[in-house]
Design a protein around this ligand. Structure first.
Ligand code: 9MG
Length: 396
């Protein structure tokens, strides 16, 4: 006897085909072989009770708070569990109910679809990133005197360009150029100084066939960088630091990386507390997606990033890595930057220069848990780690 781990419908279909099941039977049985547990944050108790009855009638389950059953609370969280087949039947039933259930049905349908699919491709400048086929590598280029791991090393133009050429030769898909350190407690850099650091590097690289992202929270810096040839905005404030940032992204029609951060780099590591870590980050993303939408940025240009190390304890960072796949319900590509960060240093008791293997472990787990882009210092090594992990994880 063996116990199989059937994580999605394709795997279920293959197992059924291996048995020699009839093709029509494969289609009918595969959705019964995949189990999902869906958590909803806040549902009206009256709607939750109807949903529970419907799911029970299908052989699934929906757990509510006790207060929802005796109607002492108006709202309840929900945990719905069942097979994909039961979820599909539930969705069909909810669509013809009242009490806000059709809206819940739509969200359920879209979330389950997003969870099992790769995000749609993004066309960026001369290239198209096709997610799901392989992991894309973003190489870090800090043109700063004070970044946590390589501060001061690439502050001069010629050093920055040499490093950029090394990252390109090592196989980076994107180079992320930043002129302001985002390490905890870092000082703010005035716009003119940030421009002085990043624009000459971008101008020199624009003729190269490499995607360039500008790591900044400031609209003026983003705009100058895009004019100089950058293709992507990496905004660690997810469009919240500078109210003009979203308009700039919309004007230049470029992708934006929306990173989650609690408070700001100065204050983020002072006792970070979450009500519910994953839900809180997800709500933050939803708000930033709305800011982007209102400014006219197309949703298919947005990339999400849970912000490893930004307002998080070691425990928070580990939980994020383990549960990364939960962010897939938003249907957006996921980026993560764990490279040489202090969580790795704390677990292994090692300085930044010795965190390569720890970083490789986080990269492998992140890919296994659904990440699409990794942001790293050591491109050559992490490209190998990613290629090996892709070969295991992304095979059919
Ligand atoms: C600039 N920067 C530093 N760490 C980062 C991370 O984890 N993600 C993104 N998007 N940017 C980062």
């Amino acid at each position: 006897m063996r116990i199989l781990e059937i994580k999605d419908e394709k795997r279920a279909q293959r197992e059924l085909q291996k048995l020699g099941a009839d093709p029509q039977g494969v289609t009918l049985m595969a959705p019964k072989a995949v189990f999902r547990a869906v958590r909803l944050k806040k549902v009206r108790s009256v709607s939750a009770n109807i949903l529970k009855q419907e799911m029970l009638s299908l052989g699934g389950e929906a757990a509510t708070s006790y207060g929802a059953i005796n109607l002492s609370s108006k709202y309840t969280p929900l945990l719905i569990t069942g097979t994909l087949k039961q979820f599909r039947q539930l969705i069909a039933k909810l669509k013809i109910h009242q009490f806000g259930l059709p809206r819940i049905a739509e969200t359920l349908e879209q979330s389950l679809k997003n969870y099992d699919q790769s995000p749609p491709p993004i066309k960026i400048g001369p290239r198209t990133l096709r997610f799901g086929q392989r992991t894309y590598i973003m190489g870090i280029l800090n043109v700063t005197p004070d970044s946590f791991s390589d501060g001061g090393k690439f502050h001069k133009l010629e050093d920055a360009l040499s490093q950029a050429h090394r990252l390109i030769a090592a196989g980076a898909d994107i180079i992320d150029i930043g002129g302001e350190s985002t390490r905890p407690g870092a000082k703010n850099v005035p716009v003119h100084e940030e421009l002085k650091r990043v624009i000459p590097v971008i101008s020199a690289l624009r003729k190269k066939k490499i995607l360039i992202s500008i790591d900044t929270r400031k609209a003026a810096v983003a705009e100058a960088a895009l004019s100089a040839g950058a293709h992507i905005i990496n905004d660690i404030s997810a469009l919240r630091h500078d109210p003009r940032m979203a308009k700039v992204a919309a004007k230049y029609k470029v992708p934006v990386i929306l990173m989650h951060m609690l408070k700001n780099p100065k204050t983020m590591q002072k006792n970070p507390v979450y009500k519910d870590l994953i839900f809180d980050i997800m709500t933050y993303f939803q708000e930033s997606l709305e800011i982007a939408g209102r400014a006219g940025i197309k949703e298919n240009r947005l990339i999400i990033d849970p912000g490893f190390g930004f307002g998080k304890t070691v425990e928070h960072n580990l939980e994020i890595l383990k549960r990364l796949k939960e962010f897939k319900v938003l249907g957006r590509p996921i980026l993560i930057g764990t490279s040489r960060k202090s969580t790795i240093g704390k677990i292994l008791s090692l300085p930044p220069s010795e965190r390569l293997m720890g970083t490789a472990a986080t990269v492998a787990i992140a890919i296994s848990n659904g990440v699409d882009i990794i942001r790293v210092h050591d491109v050559a090594a992490m490209k190998k780690a990613a290629k090996m992990t892709d070969a295991i994880v992304r095979r059919l």
